[in-house]
Design a protein around this ligand. Structure first.
Ligand code: HSE
Length: 297
């Protein structure tokens, strides 16, 4: 028996929702294949892509799958074959795709003992290996699709949100590698009351805008005064690319996850395509190679 799973890329944070909001891309992702094996434990095979560790305890997919098998007290054995297409360190949830894909595939192979929601903590265990923190804002949308909100980490509560009909996302990945652990190290542990007030105002408004399909409000809410100012200096061309996105009619734009990818939310596919092209032109001038992703949310 073989199970094949598409493991989508994701955009975490969505400006005002650091570590709590994330959205799923339909068009970009890895492929993973799952087989039974006779001996217990997890075996990792990298079929395509960058050189990643194949020791299960050093591999994001391996750690996530092992956490699931452990919870079941299962002595079953699983082979996970990975076709890695999302570049590590790109800011579109490369490690989350592996972690989420691993738990989804292994769960299916074992006859689906867990619901998809219940798989999130196992995927977080894999994610923790790569970023140092078990954040769920990539693995949750990778598993559930659409846009998700982590209402609480302890206890974990993830809420799928409504996605407006015409919402598209354009993502540009300037080919600079930025490790999540490095772009987390520039963050401050304290936030001023003033900034916090503006941030939760925007986050609440963004959720409202999703449900009411109010694109103008959605655009106004895509503001991040807490994390973006600290991280954007790590991304060459960031300000110019963001301005180009807004000038092309994007509703809003920000850093995708921990960067260096930049996302823009757009109403309709055409604006998303124009936005991607405009951001690409900025990096063309800077002579930085890029990869573009456009998807319905
Ligand atoms: N919320 C995480 C961060 C996402 O911004 O560090 C990492 O992809």
């Amino acid at each position: 028996e073989k199970i094949s799973v598409f493991c989508p890329a994701t955009v975490a944070n969505i400006s005002c929702g650091f570590d709590v909001l994330g959205l799923c891309l339909d068009t970009t992702g890895d492929l993973m294949h799952f087989y039974h094996k006779d001996t217990p434990g997890v075996e990792i095979i990298i079929k395509h892509g960058p050189k990643l560790p194949t020791l299960p305890e050093e591999n994001v997919a391996g750690v996530a799958a092992t956490a699931l098998l452990k919870a079941l007290r299962s002595d079953k054995g699983v082979i996970i074959e990975i076709e890695k297409k999302i570049k590590p360190g790109s800011g579109i949830g490369s490690s989350a795709a592996s972690a989420a894909g691993a738990v989804y595939g292994v769960n299916q192979l074992l006859g689906a003992p867990f619901s998809t929601q219940e798989l999130i903590p196992f995927a977080m265990a894999g994610e923790a290996l790569s970023s140092g923190v078990p954040h769920a804002d990539n693995v949750a949308p990778a598993l559930l699709g659409g846009i998700t909100l982590v209402r609480s980490y302890d206890p974990l509560e993830v809420i799928p949100l409504h996605v407006p009909e015409e919402l598209f996302v354009a993502v540009i990945h300037p080919q600079i590698e930025l490790k999540t652990s490095d772009s987390r190290s520039v963050l401050k542990q304290q936030v001023s009351m003033k900034k916090a007030i503006r941030q939760w105002g925007n986050l609440g408004a963004l959720v409202s805008a999703l449900y009411t399909e109010n694109y103008d409000l959605l655009g106004r809410s895509l503001v991040d005064e807490i994390v973006e100012p600290l991280r954007s200096p790590l991304i060459p061309g960031y300000k110019k690319a963001k301005s180009a996105a807004l000038a092309s009619g994007a509703l809003g734009s920000g850093i995708s996850g921990s960067g260096p990818s930049i996302f823009a939310l757009c109403r309709g596919e055409e604006i998303a395509k124009n936005t991607a092209a405009a951001m690409n032109a900025v990096y063309g001038e800077l002579k930085v190679a890029t990869e573009l992703h456009i998807s319905k949310v």
